[in-house]
Design a protein around this ligand. Sequence first.
Ligand code: APR
Ligand code: PHB
Length: 404
Amino acid sequence: MQSIKTKVAIIGAGPSGLLLGQLLANHGIDNVIIERVSGDYVLGRIRAGILEQGLVDLLREAGVSKRMDEEGHIHDGFAISYYGKSYRIDLNQLTDGKSVMCYGQTEVTRDLMDARADKGLSTYYSSKNVVLQDIETAHPSVKFEHDGVSYCLECDFIAGCDGFHGVSRKSIPEEKRQEFERVYPFGWLGILSDTPPVADELIYCKTEQGFALASMRSSTRSRYYLQVPLTDKVEDWSDQRFWNELKNRLPSESADTLVTGPSIEKSIAPLRSFVCEPMQLGRLFLVGDSAHIVPPTGAKGLNLAASDVAILYGLLRKEYNGEEQNATQRYSELALTRVWQAERFSWWMSNMLHDFKDDAGEANNMDQKTFERFMKSELDFYLSHEEGQKVIATQYVGLPYPQI
Ligand code: APR
Ligand code: PHB
């Protein structure tokens, strides 16, 4: 067994782990990342692409924003198409000048990986049998295997940035954590295509046939989604069937101008709301998807991971520079308030925009048609009043990060 040492052991090289590692390294806080799969595999995942101002600022602070600033697009608004009628949520006007950045998570990850490689920071990709040890003591460590060699990484802290299926959350004994979950009765079928986006801004569509979303990665690459039953398989959806159904769900002026083409990626993702409390035990901190999942409807997954990173990074800095002893013990409490705000918004957006078929009425102790009238009236109220639109816009651009 080979022994190595660092200050912060980071499990997982997704956006959470890489961003935390970069910020810490910039302040001389040594860290090592242990990742289960290869770097190419990490970059092969297609994820969302809307960045809140808080994340944009954090990427700039981390010194990894050059390409984002050159190639990303600022979006001052987005549309909600409600049974064919379009409402523009003017983010800029409704939030005193705020906006979001359209730049793919894959690109953020690539920029962070390149920056980490430039700094020569150590990352153990394709590691096996990662085990967290002694997290409730002053001397935690991580055991893992890499290229046939067994390692023991001794550290001061462990950041569990290893996503929903990682090992970190499960290292907190069951009796010391509580989990909150809502699994939605449908999935999102996503398609990526090298076609110009149907509009300059995103369109979230509520229709009789279910939800659809028109998004993009650049002026030449589009990302579209359709709500589909969980029983559907990707093979059930030829490109032609996808485009036809998308046209059915887009507002007619967009359906008429939609440019179609071959898909370069097609996948179905389930939708889930999930929170683990607390987000820490001893010297282990859960960051990003390892602690919480949101349905993608509010574009909050990556952004919530970023606010966790900002909070943990701020607290670790205070602790390492001697400003506040045990500052990191405040992590979970600080992070969870914002986590639940984003969870609630993503849940609300999902409830408003999807078709729940027969499920929802029963779950709310009323017949389906009564439930549908309530939901219709609720969304109608929010969309047709400025106060309502403000509530949506304020949350979409992202609530402020807590003061550390
Ligand atoms: N050991 C080491 N690494 C692991 C382990 C393990 N046992 N299990 C999982 N991992 C790695 C995964 O391979 C993945 O690369 O941890 C990484 C977690 O990355 P993400 O799932 O991307 O999670 P996170 O970095 O928190 O990113 C936040 O925002 O848009 C959302 O869900 C989306 O990925 C996104 C997230
Ligand atoms: C995406 O572009 O993939 C995307 C954008 C906004 C969302 C979800 C996904 O709410």
